[in-house]
Design a binder for this molecule. Structure first.
Ligand SMILES: [Zn+2]
Ligand SMILES: [Zn+2]
Length: 1009
């Protein structure tokens, strides 16, 4: 065994880059050495704090790659900022309560709704199941984080269902209550009949909640009171709302007409007559009278269902405007008939129109949105099931005109996909509309990195609607509001202590701040001595997570870490967490300040065909399953490199093994190449430093160029990370590794490392200094993106050479550019060189001259500046183009031309190559071809690049080639690192294991050992 093989065996970087093995080894290393905790110990010595609060994933589902993408971005920032020397509380957090978890448990228990689950299992059991469910999912998330290499601190995680968190969340409500921003009131809210709870207006616009649904499109007519044949013509897609109809509305500024249709006269807006008649397929009609919208105000109509809904008849006696026409500016005269029927119990505009006039709100629905007794014959019918019954009753009463089916976009529940129903309900609201100017002022000051998500967020915030925070559910933070049975006095409780102190009965041991336990506590009314009971609501789950900046920390931590420096979540959080954080923080502080200084909204992740990932399509890629077989580093690299963080990403598994693999594998092999050579020459980075290399003219042009490029790349990369252009940042490293290092620099110096002559020892050490520094910097820069390979190289290459380096790559300092090493002029010359070399390759292609064949001459015709650059780098130019001599000219020399020359041109640069090859050039060409084959064979047989071969044997080459090759055998031996190369006519001349190869289409045999 040779010395070089021994050296190779002493270090631990395996021949092949096997990411899965390497990653599990690094995972173990981190755990065994407690690296994530050590990253945090930097708090004492940090150069500053960067506040952070985790956007808590809901523990109701399996982590998929969409989650992974966001977590990788968070992890990137944490690793990078930690290396920069900042302390960041990168602590996990879990959203544990609310509708999503309850629905999951209902599914598990096999019940259809809340009522059923309480009846069958009771609340205690239901809550127990909720807790079990989140703990089950928690395990999967822990696994996914570990597989992905997310360095988040799991021990310091917050849980939104824990009493201490709930108490601090209540503190927000106390602030709202004291500022009169928390109100109970009747408002129209979106209500999901499936989940049996109201939703916030933010949730209604939630990603994917609008679905195309089929609804009846009904034209109907209400008779004008006191006439025989005059009617208002009205249109609706929700016939059930005719049950709760109390008024008609017209646009006061528009012109209305009476249209004669057979014996009847229909009132509608003028501009819609033709379109509506066409839709109704009525050709025979006549406009008989024009009237203003304003003049219709106060007209009474005969509500047709008074006989079957007695309550509606009763309503007429309660208020003079019931079943009258009102004038409202919101009436749109560009659609339908311009006459709108108002159901204040089922519509927001309708509600306010009634509310302003004191008209009673008729809401005959129970929690399942079934009609109550007040709805007469419709009692017990689910609202949307009443549609066709209503149409039938209209028909029976000469109030029906026409019905069709239409498909339209209609909001559905983002969780259960039931069609939402708008209902006037008693709810609790945060009057965020009152603080909207502060909200907008705060939002303007946030850094969003990209215009589009910023505009989207600001546009949404401008809506500034009150926030319905009450939910009629079980598993959630209880609304801490107690109301007196007698005098309706309200009291908000803001802590467990306050509750215990004020409870009328002693509190049992197993008490926690959840239903049903809190419901059992009654308080004594301070005003009248009556019994106060808790309002039977839990809080919107978005309120839970929105409270995290205060609720997840201690007071001291809160002071230190909030406002946070940077947060990132999916674009779907525009209406979710980004919003609730902002609103709640402004309520908490009373100031127009956001709890985050920067917010990066990420695009969502789709499947390879650009489709949304969903259970129904079966195209969800689970993180844990994916990473059983795929490398975490490659996935991380891929997901970050593929597109901008704000783009929707189409995840294609096949792409991972292409460019991402190429880049990381190249980095791995370059590091291995360096290590093998450096180990052989006993390179000591403490002795041979960068400072040493830069002294006494040791560096050559290519070395200076590499150092200059590296400094710029460090700067560019860091700047792009800072601007959240993660994909562009990775592209910088990608390009540097593949183009600058692997394709250009290493081939330039490779041959210099092949000798072990004492006289070139210093040159070799110089190259090691540069490779060591460059590859180490690249490894550190890669750490935020691909932490596994970075740690592996750091441990197996850099800590091998320097044992007193920090224990982990995560603890190493972030590279900073050395401005003194930047040489713009040299880089420009190299740009020119590379361009001219590429033109010469094009010329070779023209003449079918392989790049390995040496040619006698190249003539460069170009501007003075270009020529000067090439002259300055002439030896590199000759080597790169593989020609023996170069000539320079401002214009094409006369002797050039004819069949002995090939050329290629780009812009103002032309390169001529002499295509004529004499015996010398032919011989050298054959030698280089063979050398390449021997190199491939060396690699195939597992010889280490630094290892010297005993001998190389070539057989079965034709006589002419043998003659040409003979003089070049010593040079070839040097090239392939062999002591000697032997030529044989036939294989039989030597007893050896021959390997078949070919040269210019002819079979030859090679043996190496
Ligand atoms: Zn629902
Ligand atoms: Zn009272």
């Amino acid at each position: 065994m040779t010395a070089k093989t021994e050296a190779d065996q002493n270090q631990s970087l395996p021949t092949n880059y096997s990411p899965l093995e390497l990653e599990s080894e690094m995972r173990e290393f981190w755990i065994k050495n407690n690296i994530s905790n050590k990253m945090e110990l930097l708090e004492n010595t940090a150069k500053g704090f960067l506040g952070y609060v985790e956007g808590p994933p809901t523990l109701n589902g399996i982590p998929h790659i969409g989650h992974a993408r966001g977590r990788i971005m968070k992890d990137i920032r944490y690793r990078w900022k930690t290396m920069e020397g900042y302390y960041m509380p990168f602590w996990a957090g879990w959203d544990c309560q609310g509708l999503p978890v309850e629905l999951e448990v209902e599914k598990l228990l096999g019940v259809r709704n809340k009522r059923e689950s309480i009846q069958k299992f009771g609340m205690e059991r239901f809550i127990e199941e909720c807790k079990k469910t989140i703990m089950r999912y928690h395990q999967m998330w822990l696994e996914a984080d570990s597989r992905l290499g997310i360095a988040i601190n799991q021990d310091k995680a917050y849980w939104t269902y824990k009493d201490n968190y709930i108490e601090r969340e209540w503190f927000y409500l106390k602030q709202a209550w004291e500022q009169n921003l928390l109100e109970e009131g009747h408002y129209v809210v979106a209500y999901c009949p499936g989940c049996q709870t109201s939703l916030s207006s933010a949730e209604v616009g939630y990603e994917g909640s609008y679905k195309e649904v089929e609804d009846p499109s009904v034209y109907f007519k209400f008779k004008v009171a006191g006439t025989e044949n005059e009617f208002f013509l009205v249109w609706t897609t929700m016939p059930f709302t005719i049950i709760t109809d109390t008024m008609l509305a017209v646009q006061p500024k528009a012109e209305y007409v009476k249209v004669q249709v057979q014996q009847e006269s229909w009132i509608m807006v003028r501009q819609r007559v033709e379109a509506v008649m066409a839709e109704l397929e009525i050709t025979n009609y006549l406009i008989t009278e024009e009237i203003t919208g304003k003049s219709l105000e106060g007209t009474a109509y005969e509500y047709p269902f008074k006989d079957i809904i007695p309550k509606q008849a009763e309503l007429e006696t309660k208020h003079p405007l019931v079943h009258k026409v009102v004038a409202e500016d919101f009436v749109d005269v560009n659609t339908a008939t311009g006459v709108v029927h108002l159901s204040p119990g089922n519509g927001e505009d309708d509600f306010w129109a009634a509310n302003r006039r004191g008209v009673p709100i008729f809401v005959p629905f129970d929690d399942e949105v079934k009609f109550t007794n007040d709805a007469g014959i419709f009692t017990g019918v689910f609202a949307r099931d009443a549609d066709m019954l209503v149409v039938e009753e209209l028909r029976n009463r000469n109030a029906f005109v026409k019905v069709k089916k239409i498909k339209h976009e209609y909001p559905t529940c983002w969780r259960s996909h039931h069609k939402l129903v708008w209902l006037a309900r008693k709810e609790y609201f945060l009057r965020t509309d009152k603080i909207n100017s502060k909200v907008l002022a705060a939002a303007e000051k946030i850094e969003y990195f990209f215009e589009e998500p910023k505009n989207r967020f600001l546009g949404f915030l401008k809506e500034g609607k009150p926030w319905c925070i009450s939910r009629e559910r079980i598993w959630g933070t209880p609304l801490p509001m107690w109301t007196c049975e007698k005098c309706a006095n309200k009291r908000l409780i803001a802590s467990k202590k306050e509750l215990i102190e004020n409870a009328q009965e002693p509190i049992p041991d197993n008490f926690e701040l959840h239903k049903p336990w809190v419901d059992r506590i009654t308080l004594k009314c301070e005003k009248c001595g009556g019994v106060m009971r808790r309002e039977d609501f839990v809080l919107d789950t978005w309120h839970n997570s929105g409270a995290s900046p205060y609720a997840r920390f201690t007071d001291e931590e809160y002071e230190k870490f909030v406002p946070t420096a940077f947060l990132t979540e999916g674009i779907d959080q525009t209406r979710g967490w980004a919003n609730s954080l902002l609103l709640e923080y402004i309520i908490l502080t009373g100031k127009p300040v956001a709890p985050y200084k920067a917010f990066l909204f990420q695009g969502l992740t789709q499947d390879s065909k650009g489709r949304k990932m969903s259970k129904s399509l079966g195209n969800v890629i689970e993180t844990n399953k994916l990473l059983e077989k795929s490398s975490a580093d490659l996935c991380r690299f891929y997901m970050i490199r593929k597109c901008s963080p704000i783009d929707f990403m189409s995840f294609d598994l096949a792409e991972i093994s292409r460019r991402p693999y190429q880049v990381l594998s190249t980095l791995y092999h370059l590091s291995r190449f360096f290590l093998q050579n450096a180990t052989f020459d006993e390179f000591d980075p403490q002795k041979y430093t960068l400072e040493w290399a830069f002294k006494d003219g040791k560096l050559q042009a290519a070395d200076f160029w590499l150092m200059s490029k590296l400094q710029e790349k460090i700067e560019e990369y860091t700047n792009k990370l800072e601007r959240s252009e993660f994909n562009c940042a990775v592209a910088v490293l990608d390009d540097f590794v593949i183009e600058t290092l692997s394709r250009l620099y290493v081939p330039m110096i490779r041959k210099e490392l092949w000798t072990d002559e004492p006289e070139t020892f210093e040159r070799r050490q110089t190259i090691y200094v540069l490779l060591h520094h460059t590859l180490k910097m690249v490894t550190l820069l890669f750490n935020p993106i691909t932490p596994f390979i970075s740690e592996a190289l750091y441990q197996k290459v850099y800590r091998q050479l320097e044992s007193d380096l920090p224990e982990s790559v995560n603890l190493a300092p972030w590279p900073t550019p050395n401005q003194k090493m930047i040489n713009k002029a040299l880089e420009e010359e190299f740009e020119i060189l590379l361009k001219v070399v590429s033109i010469s390759y094009a010329a070779r292609q023209q003449g079918k001259l392989k790049r390995r064949w040496p040619l006698a001459k190249a003539i460069v015709v170009a501007s003075e500046k270009t020529l000067q650059a090439i002259k300055n780098l002439e030896s590199l130019f000759l080597e790169q183009t593989n020609v023996k001599a170069a000539e320079y000219a401002a214009s094409v020399p006369e002797y050039v031309g004819g069949e002995n020359w090939v050329s290629s041109q780009e812009d103002t640069i032309t390169v001529f190559l002499s295509g004529q090859r004499d015996d010398k050039l032919l011989g050298e060409g054959i030698m280089r071809d063979l050398a390449r084959r021997v190199q491939a064979l060396r690699k195939e047989m597992g010889f280490v690049p630094t290892e010297t071969l005993e001998s190389v044997h070539i057989a079965e080459l034709d006589a002419e080639s043998r003659g040409l090759l003979e003089p070049y055998l010593p040079e070839m031996a040097g090239l392939v690192r062999a002591r000697k190369v032997y030529l044989h006519i036939a294989c039989s001349e030597v007893e050896a294991k021959w390997h078949e190869s070919e040269l210019d289409g002819k079979k030859i045999q090679i043996n190496i050992h």
